[in-house]
Design a protein around this ligand. Structure first.
Ligand code: ZN
Length: 276
Protein backbone atom coordinates (compact mmCIF):
# COMPACT_ATOMS: atom_id res chain seq x y z
CA UNK A 1 0.00 0.00 0.00
CA UNK A 2 1.44 3.42 -0.86
CA UNK A 3 2.26 5.68 2.07
CA UNK A 4 0.65 9.07 2.59
CA UNK A 5 1.19 11.63 -0.16
CA UNK A 6 4.26 13.77 0.25
CA UNK A 7 3.98 17.50 0.45
CA UNK A 8 5.19 19.66 -2.42
CA UNK A 9 8.06 20.90 -0.25
CA UNK A 10 9.01 17.42 0.99
CA UNK A 11 8.59 18.82 4.51
CA UNK A 12 6.19 17.62 7.21
CA UNK A 13 5.13 19.25 10.47
CA UNK A 14 3.48 17.11 13.16
CA UNK A 15 1.83 18.52 16.28
CA UNK A 16 0.86 16.20 19.14
CA UNK A 17 -2.03 17.57 21.20
CA UNK A 18 -4.16 16.25 24.03
CA UNK A 19 -7.74 17.38 23.28
CA UNK A 20 -9.88 18.55 20.40
CA UNK A 21 -9.36 22.37 20.47
CA UNK A 22 -5.77 22.38 21.78
CA UNK A 23 -4.52 22.70 18.20
CA UNK A 24 -5.67 26.31 17.84
CA UNK A 25 -4.04 28.67 20.34
CA UNK A 26 -0.43 27.51 20.28
CA UNK A 27 -0.12 25.93 16.82
CA UNK A 28 -3.05 27.13 14.69
CA UNK A 29 -0.94 29.80 13.03
CA UNK A 30 1.96 27.52 12.20
CA UNK A 31 -0.45 24.98 10.71
CA UNK A 32 -1.78 27.58 8.27
CA UNK A 33 1.55 29.23 7.57
CA UNK A 34 3.31 25.97 6.73
CA UNK A 35 0.38 24.51 4.80
CA UNK A 36 0.49 27.61 2.60
CA UNK A 37 4.21 27.01 2.06
CA UNK A 38 3.52 23.47 0.81
CA UNK A 39 4.42 21.69 4.03
CA UNK A 40 2.31 18.67 4.94
CA UNK A 41 0.72 19.27 8.35
CA UNK A 42 -0.29 16.43 10.66
CA UNK A 43 -2.33 16.81 13.84
CA UNK A 44 -2.29 13.98 16.38
CA UNK A 45 -5.06 14.41 18.97
CA UNK A 46 -4.64 11.95 21.82
CA UNK A 47 -8.05 12.07 23.54
CA UNK A 48 -11.67 12.52 22.54
CA UNK A 49 -12.28 15.29 25.09
CA UNK A 50 -14.97 13.47 27.13
CA UNK A 51 -14.35 15.80 30.10
CA UNK A 52 -15.19 18.91 28.13
CA UNK A 53 -18.31 21.01 28.54
CA UNK A 54 -21.67 19.55 27.59
CA UNK A 55 -24.55 21.55 26.09
CA UNK A 56 -24.84 25.00 27.69
CA UNK A 57 -21.48 24.67 29.47
CA UNK A 58 -22.55 21.73 31.65
CA UNK A 59 -19.51 20.22 33.40
CA UNK A 60 -18.75 16.49 33.83
CA UNK A 61 -20.70 15.01 36.73
CA UNK A 62 -23.49 17.57 36.38
CA UNK A 63 -26.94 16.61 35.07
CA UNK A 64 -27.06 16.79 31.28
CA UNK A 65 -23.41 15.88 30.73
CA UNK A 66 -23.30 12.85 28.45
CA UNK A 67 -19.76 11.79 27.51
CA UNK A 68 -20.75 10.17 24.20
CA UNK A 69 -22.60 13.31 23.09
CA UNK A 70 -19.71 15.53 24.17
CA UNK A 71 -17.32 13.41 22.10
CA UNK A 72 -19.55 13.54 19.01
CA UNK A 73 -19.84 17.31 19.33
CA UNK A 74 -16.15 17.87 19.95
CA UNK A 75 -14.96 15.66 17.09
CA UNK A 76 -17.35 17.44 14.72
CA UNK A 77 -15.96 20.75 15.96
CA UNK A 78 -12.43 19.47 15.41
CA UNK A 79 -13.22 18.66 11.79
CA UNK A 80 -14.37 22.26 11.25
CA UNK A 81 -11.38 23.71 13.07
CA UNK A 82 -8.81 21.77 11.05
CA UNK A 83 -10.44 22.90 7.81
CA UNK A 84 -9.80 26.54 8.83
CA UNK A 85 -6.26 25.60 9.81
CA UNK A 86 -5.56 23.70 6.55
CA UNK A 87 -4.37 20.63 8.46
CA UNK A 88 -3.70 17.95 5.85
CA UNK A 89 -3.91 14.85 8.06
CA UNK A 90 -5.67 14.30 11.40
CA UNK A 91 -4.88 11.24 13.51
CA UNK A 92 -7.17 10.56 16.47
CA UNK A 93 -5.72 8.21 19.09
CA UNK A 94 -9.12 7.99 20.80
CA UNK A 95 -7.97 7.85 24.42
CA UNK A 96 -10.35 8.94 27.17
CA UNK A 97 -9.92 12.44 28.56
CA UNK A 98 -8.54 12.47 32.14
CA UNK A 99 -10.05 15.84 33.08
CA UNK A 100 -8.24 18.69 34.80
CA UNK A 101 -5.87 17.89 37.64
CA UNK A 102 -7.86 16.97 40.75
CA UNK A 103 -11.02 15.94 38.87
CA UNK A 104 -12.69 12.62 39.73
CA UNK A 105 -11.84 11.17 36.30
CA UNK A 106 -8.11 11.30 37.16
CA UNK A 107 -8.59 8.12 39.23
CA UNK A 108 -10.16 6.12 36.37
CA UNK A 109 -7.61 3.51 35.25
CA UNK A 110 -8.82 3.78 31.64
CA UNK A 111 -8.17 7.48 31.07
CA UNK A 112 -5.24 8.70 29.00
CA UNK A 113 -3.00 9.81 31.86
CA UNK A 114 -3.23 6.32 33.41
CA UNK A 115 -2.52 4.32 30.24
CA UNK A 116 1.01 2.83 30.44
CA UNK A 117 3.23 5.27 28.56
CA UNK A 118 4.69 2.66 26.20
CA UNK A 119 1.36 2.22 24.44
CA UNK A 120 0.67 5.79 23.25
CA UNK A 121 4.41 6.24 22.69
CA UNK A 122 4.43 3.30 20.29
CA UNK A 123 1.32 4.54 18.48
CA UNK A 124 2.86 7.99 18.02
CA UNK A 125 6.13 6.35 16.93
CA UNK A 126 4.17 4.45 14.27
CA UNK A 127 2.72 7.76 13.05
CA UNK A 128 6.21 9.26 12.93
CA UNK A 129 7.29 6.30 10.77
CA UNK A 130 4.27 6.82 8.53
CA UNK A 131 4.63 10.59 8.04
CA UNK A 132 8.39 11.12 8.62
CA UNK A 133 7.98 14.63 10.15
CA UNK A 134 11.14 16.70 10.21
CA UNK A 135 9.54 18.92 12.86
CA UNK A 136 7.39 17.80 15.81
CA UNK A 137 5.70 20.12 18.29
CA UNK A 138 4.10 19.25 21.62
CA UNK A 139 3.82 20.67 25.16
CA UNK A 140 6.61 21.14 27.69
CA UNK A 141 7.20 18.66 30.53
CA UNK A 142 4.52 20.35 32.65
CA UNK A 143 2.01 20.11 29.81
CA UNK A 144 2.28 23.93 29.74
CA UNK A 145 -0.22 24.28 32.58
CA UNK A 146 -0.25 21.00 34.49
CA UNK A 147 -3.12 19.17 32.74
CA UNK A 148 -2.47 15.40 33.16
CA UNK A 149 -3.33 14.66 29.50
CA UNK A 150 -0.97 17.37 28.25
CA UNK A 151 1.81 15.91 30.40
CA UNK A 152 1.09 12.42 29.06
CA UNK A 153 1.04 13.74 25.46
CA UNK A 154 4.44 15.35 26.10
CA UNK A 155 5.91 12.15 27.52
CA UNK A 156 4.53 9.96 24.74
CA UNK A 157 5.71 12.29 21.97
CA UNK A 158 9.20 12.61 23.50
CA UNK A 159 9.44 8.82 23.87
CA UNK A 160 8.31 8.33 20.26
CA UNK A 161 10.86 10.83 18.97
CA UNK A 162 13.63 9.16 20.95
CA UNK A 163 12.60 5.67 19.84
CA UNK A 164 12.39 6.54 16.13
CA UNK A 165 15.02 9.26 15.82
CA UNK A 166 12.83 10.67 13.03
CA UNK A 167 12.15 14.33 13.93
CA UNK A 168 15.22 16.46 13.31
CA UNK A 169 13.72 19.23 15.41
CA UNK A 170 11.43 18.73 18.40
CA UNK A 171 9.74 21.73 19.95
CA UNK A 172 7.71 22.54 23.02
CA UNK A 173 5.04 25.13 22.46
CA UNK A 174 5.45 28.05 24.83
CA UNK A 175 3.96 31.33 25.94
CA UNK A 176 6.78 33.71 26.93
CA UNK A 177 6.24 35.15 30.41
CA UNK A 178 6.63 38.69 29.04
CA UNK A 179 3.98 38.10 26.36
CA UNK A 180 1.61 36.62 28.93
CA UNK A 181 2.12 39.63 31.22
CA UNK A 182 1.28 42.00 28.33
CA UNK A 183 -1.78 39.96 27.49
CA UNK A 184 -2.94 39.88 31.11
CA UNK A 185 -2.63 43.69 31.29
CA UNK A 186 -4.58 44.08 28.05
CA UNK A 187 -7.28 41.69 29.26
CA UNK A 188 -7.66 43.57 32.53
CA UNK A 189 -7.76 46.90 30.65
CA UNK A 190 -10.48 45.51 28.36
CA UNK A 191 -12.59 44.61 31.39
CA UNK A 192 -12.40 40.85 30.74
CA UNK A 193 -12.71 38.57 33.76
CA UNK A 194 -9.46 36.61 33.49
CA UNK A 195 -10.31 34.55 36.58
CA UNK A 196 -12.73 32.79 34.23
CA UNK A 197 -9.72 31.19 32.51
CA UNK A 198 -8.26 29.82 35.75
CA UNK A 199 -4.64 30.26 34.60
CA UNK A 200 -1.94 29.37 37.16
CA UNK A 201 0.08 32.32 38.51
CA UNK A 202 3.36 30.81 37.32
CA UNK A 203 2.04 30.29 33.76
CA UNK A 204 4.47 30.96 30.93
CA UNK A 205 7.99 30.06 29.85
CA UNK A 206 10.94 32.27 30.88
CA UNK A 207 11.77 34.47 27.87
CA UNK A 208 15.39 33.29 27.77
CA UNK A 209 14.19 29.71 27.11
CA UNK A 210 12.28 30.72 23.96
CA UNK A 211 14.28 29.70 20.89
CA UNK A 212 11.72 30.30 18.19
CA UNK A 213 9.06 32.91 17.62
CA UNK A 214 6.76 32.76 14.61
CA UNK A 215 4.80 35.75 13.39
CA UNK A 216 1.36 34.37 12.53
CA UNK A 217 -0.42 37.73 12.49
CA UNK A 218 -1.60 37.02 8.93
CA UNK A 219 -3.63 34.09 10.29
CA UNK A 220 -5.30 35.64 13.34
CA UNK A 221 -8.70 35.51 11.68
CA UNK A 222 -8.23 31.82 10.82
CA UNK A 223 -7.34 31.05 14.43
CA UNK A 224 -10.36 33.00 15.61
CA UNK A 225 -12.63 31.03 13.27
CA UNK A 226 -11.06 27.76 14.39
CA UNK A 227 -11.62 28.68 18.05
CA UNK A 228 -15.20 29.62 17.27
CA UNK A 229 -15.60 26.20 15.62
CA UNK A 230 -14.98 24.72 19.08
CA UNK A 231 -17.93 26.70 20.37
CA UNK A 232 -19.20 24.07 22.83
CA UNK A 233 -16.20 24.76 25.07
CA UNK A 234 -16.89 27.91 27.05
CA UNK A 235 -13.26 28.98 27.47
CA UNK A 236 -13.04 29.31 23.67
CA UNK A 237 -15.97 31.68 23.57
CA UNK A 238 -14.02 33.76 26.11
CA UNK A 239 -11.36 34.38 23.45
CA UNK A 240 -13.79 34.94 20.61
CA UNK A 241 -15.64 37.63 22.63
CA UNK A 242 -12.55 39.79 23.26
CA UNK A 243 -11.97 43.15 21.54
CA UNK A 244 -10.06 42.90 18.24
CA UNK A 245 -6.86 44.49 19.56
CA UNK A 246 -6.67 42.01 22.44
CA UNK A 247 -7.37 39.06 20.12
CA UNK A 248 -4.59 40.29 17.82
CA UNK A 249 -2.20 40.52 20.78
CA UNK A 250 -3.15 37.04 21.99
CA UNK A 251 -3.03 35.24 18.64
CA UNK A 252 -0.36 36.93 16.50
CA UNK A 253 2.74 35.08 17.71
CA UNK A 254 3.42 31.44 18.43
CA UNK A 255 6.54 30.68 20.45
CA UNK A 256 8.50 27.51 20.96
CA UNK A 257 11.46 26.04 22.79
CA UNK A 258 13.68 23.77 20.72
CA UNK A 259 14.46 20.63 22.72
CA UNK A 260 18.21 20.01 22.98
CA UNK A 261 18.95 23.34 21.31
CA UNK A 262 22.66 23.93 20.66
CA UNK A 263 24.01 26.57 23.03
CA UNK A 264 24.25 30.01 21.48
CA UNK A 265 21.43 29.31 19.00
CA UNK A 266 20.21 32.63 17.59
CA UNK A 267 16.48 33.07 17.95
CA UNK A 268 14.72 31.48 14.99
CA UNK A 269 11.66 32.71 13.15
CA UNK A 270 11.01 29.45 11.28
CA UNK A 271 10.45 25.94 12.67
CA UNK A 272 12.18 24.56 9.57
CA UNK A 273 15.20 26.91 9.86
CA UNK A 274 18.27 25.15 8.54
CA UNK A 275 16.27 22.44 6.73
CA UNK A 276 15.31 24.01 3.40
ZN1 ZN B 1 -6.13 20.26 26.37
Amino acid sequence: MPGPARSSSGLTLMAVHAHPDDEVLGTGGVFVRYAEEGVRTVLVTCTNGEQGDGPGGVKPGEPGHNAAEVVATRLAELRKSVAYLEVSDVELLGYRDSGMVGWAANADPGVFCNVPLAEPAERIAALMRKYRPQVVVTYDANGNYGHPDHIQAHRAAVAAAEATGIPAKFYYSAVPKSAFARLRDALVASGADIEELDIPDDFGTPDEEITTEIDVSAYVERKREALAAHGSQTENSFFTRLPDDVVTLALSYESFTLRSAPSGLARENDLFAGMR
